[in-house]
Design a protein around this ligand. Structure first.
Ligand code: SF4
Length: 353
C-alpha cells in the first residue's frame, strides 16, 4: 500500500499534479508542557510571555483525521508547541489513529507514566527531545527537571527501544551547556538501545541567544566532534555526527554565528518536493507545507483538509518548490538547515528516473 501511494506521489511530481495525500501530516495538538527547556521557543524560563494553555478538541481532531485518511495520507505525527502526551485525550487520539490504519509517530520528551508508555509501544516512530546525558546537565537545561524525572525519562526511552514496535530517535539540541557531552550522549543512546541520535543546531530566538556557542567553544566543539567521528563505529549507533562536524567546520558558519548557516554541502536541497509529501497543522488550524516556514496555505477550521491540499495556493507552492526554488531567498529563507534533505532527495531520485 505504501509503495503505491509513494508511486502516486512520484507521478504527481512528474505531472505537476497531486494524486494522493501527504506521506506525513505533522499535527500540533496542544501548547503546554511539563518541562522548561532553556532552548525552547515557548516554555523556556527566559520567555516572558507564556502561551495560554490550549488543546485541540477531540471531535475536531477526529474530523480532521477522517479527512486526512480519506485523502490517502500515510502517517500522522503528533506534536505540539509543548508535550503532546499531556493532551487530555491523548490515549483516545492514538487509538483513533491506529483504528484508521494510519501510521503513527510522536515527538515527545518522554516524561510520562506507565500508561502512556504502554500505548506508545505501538508507535511507528518516536522522536525524543533529550539533550543531556546526565542528571546535572538535564537539570540545568531542562530546567524544572529533578533526578526522578531524569530516571523516568531514561527508563521510558530504554523500555520503548526494547519493546516498542517502531523506531526510537533521540534528538539532541546543541547549545553551550551541553556541547561538551555529545560523546557521552552517543554512549548513553547506544546503551539504551535507541535506533539513532540526531544532533540538531539550535534555532535561535531572542531569549536563547545566551546559549549560542562562542568562537572558542566552537573550536573546542570541533575537537570533540572529531573524537566522536573516530569512535562512533565502536558505539554502533546511527547518528548525523559527520554532517554536524562538516557544518561546524565551515568558516561561513563561524562568521555568521549559528543563526543562518550558509552551508552548501553535497546533500543540500536543489528542488523542494515537500508540497507533495508533507503538511503541518498548527494548533490554531493553520496549515503550512513545512515546519520551517510560516507560509500558510489554508486553515483547517475554515476549510476541509482536502480542499486545502488541492487548492490553487498549494499548487503554486509545489510549482515554486519544483521550478523556482532559491536557497535562502523569499519563502525559502530558512532552507539551508532543511531537515527534509533525505526525503527531498528520495523524491528527486524518483523524479529523475
Ligand atoms: S526546509 Fe527543506 S523541506 Fe522545508 S521548505 Fe525548505 S527545502 Fe523544502
Amino acid at each position: 500500500m505504501k509503495a503505491s501511494k509513494n508511486f502516486l506521489r512520484y507521478i504527481g511530481i512528474l505531472r505537476d499534479k497531486v494524486f494522493t495525500g501527504p506521506e506525513i501530516v505533522h499535527f500540533h495538538i496542544n501548547n503546554y508542557c511539563n518541562l522548561r527547556c532553556l532552548y525552547c521557543w515557548f516554555h523556556s524560563p527566559q520567555v516572558k510571555r507564556k502561551p495560554k494553555p490550549k488543546e485541540i478538541g477531540f471531535e475536531d481532531f477526529k474530523r480532521i483525521i477522517d479527512e486526512i485518511e480519506e485523502l490517502g495520507a500515510t502517517m500522522i505525527r503528533l506534536s505540539g508547541d509543548g508535550e503532546p502526551t499531556m493532551h487530555s485525550k491523548i490515549k483516545e487520539m492514538i487509538h483513533y489513529i491506529k483504528n484508521k490504519k494510519l501510521k503513527f509517530s510522536i515527538l515527545t520528551n518522554c516524561v510520562f507514566n506507565k500508561d502512556i508508555r504502554e500505548i506508545l509501544i505501538d508507535a511507528d516512530e518516536i522522536f525524543v527531545n533529550f539533550s543531556a546525558p546526565n542528571k546535572q546537565v538535564y537539570n540545568e537545561i531542562q530546567s524544572i527537571a529533578s533526578e526522578i524525572v531524569f530516571k523516568n525519562v531514561i527508563r521510558n526511552i530504554h523500555y520503548l527501544s526494547i519493546f516498542g514496535k517502531g523506531s526510537v530517535e533521540v534528538q539532541y539540541i546543541i547549545n553551550n551547556r551541553n556541547y561538551k557531552y555529545v560523546y557521552e550522549m552517543m554512549k548513553l543512546a547506544s546503551k539504551l538501545g535507541v535506533d539513532s541520535i540526531n544532533f540538531k543546531i539550535m534555532d535561535i530566538v531572542p531569549h536563547n541567544k545566551n546559549l549560542i556557542l562562542s568562537r572558542e567553544e566552537i573550536e573546542d566543539f570541533k575537537t570533540i566532534l572529531e573524537h566522536c567521528i573516530r569512535e562512533q563505529r565502536k558505539l554502533k549507533i546511527k547518528s548525523n555526527i559527520s554532517s554536524i562536524c562538516t557544518i561546524y567546520s565551515k568558516p561561513s558558519f563561524i562568521r555568521g554565528g549559528q543563526k543562518r548557516d550558509k552551508y552548501r554541502g553535497k546533500d543540500n536541497v536543489e528542488k523542494c518536493f515537500i508540497g507533495w509529501y508533507f503538511a503541518n497543522i498548527n494548533l490554531n488550524g493553520d496549515v503550512t507545507p513545512c515546519c520551517r516556514m510560516n507560509h500558510v496555505i489554508g486553515n483547517i477550521n475554515k476549510k476541509g483538509f482536502r480542499e486545502i491540499w488541492i487548492s490553487e495556493k498549494s499548487h503554486k507552492f509545489r510549482m515554486d518548490g519544483k521550478y523556482f526554488f532559491k536557497m535562502n531567498k523569499g519563502i525559502w529563507n530558512d532552507c539551508s538547515v532543511c531537515e527534509w534533505r533525505k526525503l527531498n532527495h528520495k523524491y528527486l531520485k524518483g523524479y529523475q528516473v
